[in-house]
Design a protein around this ligand. Structure first.
Ligand SMILES: [Zn+2]
Length: 383
């Protein structure tokens, strides 16, 4: 078995290389915008048509010829794909003009447009960029996308084919309940994902910088240098926190998926309310990252994934499926069943309910109760 994956690394282009990359992006951006205008003037630009136009344009315009043909073809291919996508997907807008200020540089090179030599990325027109090899590429990459983010950092994202070892056979199922203090509580305590301390530290640092931003903010006057510095620092910290969260999520997801063949997940949707606190937002972001990583990993490993509706999971007994008469208050952290006497922490019980629902082939507590009830009264329901 093999799969296509992206490997992303930081780039450290020198001043000259960065200037050349930006000039390359300007030419590609111009081509994209030309294609947008073509479409507006009523002709549907397919990639074949755009390719011919590119050949002609390069023949007549020396400044265009100064750029890499591979990157230029690639942006037109991207455009044609985006246009096709906008026709087939309902509610998707046509590709828009890429403005100099708003769009972020992004260049794609196929195999004949780049190479990696002595640890450096070699691009057409003599561009040489040192790469920070944070991990090894598994094999020869087939293409690379070079892009700059909003903070001004450059990245190279290589597309590579990777051999994957079949995951070890799992041992039964696991249920997952999401929360604030503990990001993921699972039916087996060994797999819990705590809301890790360094996130709290990042949040504290971020809050400090945001206070500095507030102090330096001058109402009705152009932003000061100190304000701009603080804003940049805040963006950098937020990015760092997000990166760590994603990393932790991936490590945890692998740990969980390698050992289970049924992954039952509470289908929790964070609300991202404007009014919610910073801590709540950070917790929701951690849940989002962990849920995404878990589903991706589990599907890739061919495990069975069941999304369970969150309704009633905290007020149902995971041992006998009796439902408590009243909803547990949020501050009550323990669950005790009045029917069978089963007691566990509120989140642990919910994780066990999520697993039990999935094991019975359902996606909601209500479904289990209904089918159980029908069986009890002797209904003729095929299960
Ligand atoms: Zn019970």
């Amino acid at each position: 078995m093999d799969e296509v994956v992206r490997y992303t690394y930081r780039l450290r282009p020198g001043r000259t290389a960065e200037k050349v990359l930006l000039a390359e992006w300007d030419r590609c951006r111009w081509l994209w915008n030309e294609a947008v205008h073509q479409h507006k003037s009523g002709r549907k630009p397919t990639f074949a048509r755009l390719g011919k136009l590119l050949t002609r344009a390069r023949a007549s315009m020396p400044w265009l010829r100064e750029g890499s043909q591979v990157a230029q073809q690639q942006i037109l291919r991207d455009y044609a794909r985006a246009l096709e996508h906008s026709f087939t997907v309902k509610g998707c807008g046509r590709p828009k003009v890429k403005s100099r200020k708003r769009s972020l540089p992004s260049l794609e090179y196929t195999r004949r447009g780049f190479s990696v030599r002595e640890g450096r990325l070699m691009l057409p027109k003599g561009i040489v960029i040192p790469v920070v090899w944070s991990r090894e590429l598994p094999c020869e990459p087939t293409s690379v996308r070079v892009n700059r983010d909003s903070l001004g950092y450059w990245y190279a994202s290589f597309v590579a084919r990777r051999e994957i070892a079949a995951p070890p056979p799992g041992e039964g199922g696991i249920g997952i309940d999401w929360g604030v203090a503990t990001t993921a509580t699972t039916s087996d305590p060994a797999f819990d994902l705590p809301h890790i301390g360094h996130r709290r530290r990042c949040a504290a640092e971020l809050a400090k910088v945001q206070r500095r931003m507030a102090r330096r903010h001058r109402k009705g006057r152009p932003p000061s240098r100190g304000y701009a510095d603080a804003k940049r620092q805040a963006a950098r910290l937020a990015k760092k926190a997000a990166r760590r969260t994603v990393h932790d999520s991936r490590v945890w997801a692998k740990h969980v998926v390698d050992r289970h063949d049924l992954i039952a997940i509470e289908d929790f949707q964070p609300a991202f309310l404007a009014k919610s606190t910073m801590a709540r937002k950070a917790a929701d972001a951690a849940i989002g990252a962990a849920k995404g990583a878990l589903i991706e990993r589990a599907v890739r490993a061919g495990r069975k994934v069941v999304m369970v509706r969150p309704a009633y999971t905290t007020m149902t007994c995971s041992a006998c499926f009796a439902r408590a008469k009243e909803r547990l208050e949020l501050r009550e952290r323990d669950f005790r069943c009045e029917g069978c006497g089963f007691a566990a922490s509120r989140d642990r019980n919910a994780a066990r309910v999520v697993l039990a629902v999935a094991e019975r082939g359902h996606v909601g507590v209500e479904d289990v109760r209904q089918s159980d009830h029908l069986l009890r009264v002797g209904g003729s329901v095929a299960v």
